[in-house]
Design a protein. Structure first.
Length: 250
């Protein structure tokens, strides 16, 4: 068990109570817009936790498999599935390998606000690409790597009262402690440069098709983006380059 998994195991009940105790499911307009039409598609929700994104996908008509490394969070997900059946299957597996999932198993994969919490990005992205069918898509969201860094903060202008974001140590990739609104988890975030995310996706055969930087609800996040969303398409097949219809090389 990794330190990250251990932290989530220890505090899973409190985390669930704060995030989605009623099992309503994820409410994220930006995420929904990037998903597009999922009805009838087989979709994996990687690092699904207690199943918020999995339930949202099922409500939109997808055939969903939720995958997470925390047995305790999955227990909450399965209990909510029993209470309100949506046909979701849940697997206990590590995002680094997704060893229980065969190649080319899914039309799509989603990973909502989790990639920055996972210690090893490269094997995780490779595993996601492996379980996607050629031409399949991947949607993910992360904290914005340019504006949430190992040394960041906010300054208040005493003249006009505006709040300004300051960032530092952008090039220092690796784990750092991050304060969250929930203040439940001893949050460790793995900072990566924007180029690291993009280059890792491309190296795994996932072409970035669209990126979104939504305006946030706080004044500082109305000046700079706090979150980054992206949608990718798998352009590499198991035996070499296989350009998807409408994608690169079409």
């Amino acid at each position: 068990m990794t330190n990250l998994t251990s932290a989530y195991e220890e505090l899973a009940d409190a985390y669930h109570a704060a995030v989605d105790p009623d099992g309503v499911g994820l409410q994220d307009e930006t995420f929904d817009a990037l998903l597009g039409t999922v009805r009838g598609q087989r979709v994996a929700a990687v690092a699904c936790g207690q199943g918020r994104d999995a339930r949202r996908l099922a409500d939109l008509g997808a055939e969903v498999v939720g995958i997470d490394a925390s047995e305790t969070l999955l227990a909450h997900a399965r209990r909510l599935e029993q209470q309100t059946p949506r046909g979701i299957e849940y697997l206990h597996d590590d995002a680094h390998g997704l060893r229980q999932v065969p190649d080319d198993a899914f039309d799509a994969v989603v990973c909502h606000m989790a990639l920055m919490d996972i210690p090893e990005l490269e094997p995780t992205v490779r595993s996601i690409a492996r379980i996607l069918k050629p031409g399949g898509w991947f949607v993910a969201s992360i904290i914005h790597p340019c504006y949430k860094t190992p040394a960041d903060g906010e300054l208040i202008d005493h003249v006009d009262g505006s709040t300004r974001r300051i960032t530092g140590r952008y090039f220092d990739e690796g784990p750092y402690s991050s304060v969250t609104r929930l203040e439940i988890l001893p949050r460790v975030v793995y900072h990566r440069m924007m180029s690291t995310y993009i280059n890792t996706l491309v190296a795994a055969g996932l072409a970035v098709m669209r990126m979104v930087e939504p305006v946030g609800d706080r004044p500082v996040w109305q000046a700079v983006p706090g979150l980054l969303y992206f949608r990718c398409q798998k352009i590499l097949g198991p035996t070499g380059v296989q350009y998807a219809s409408g994608g690169l090389g079409a």
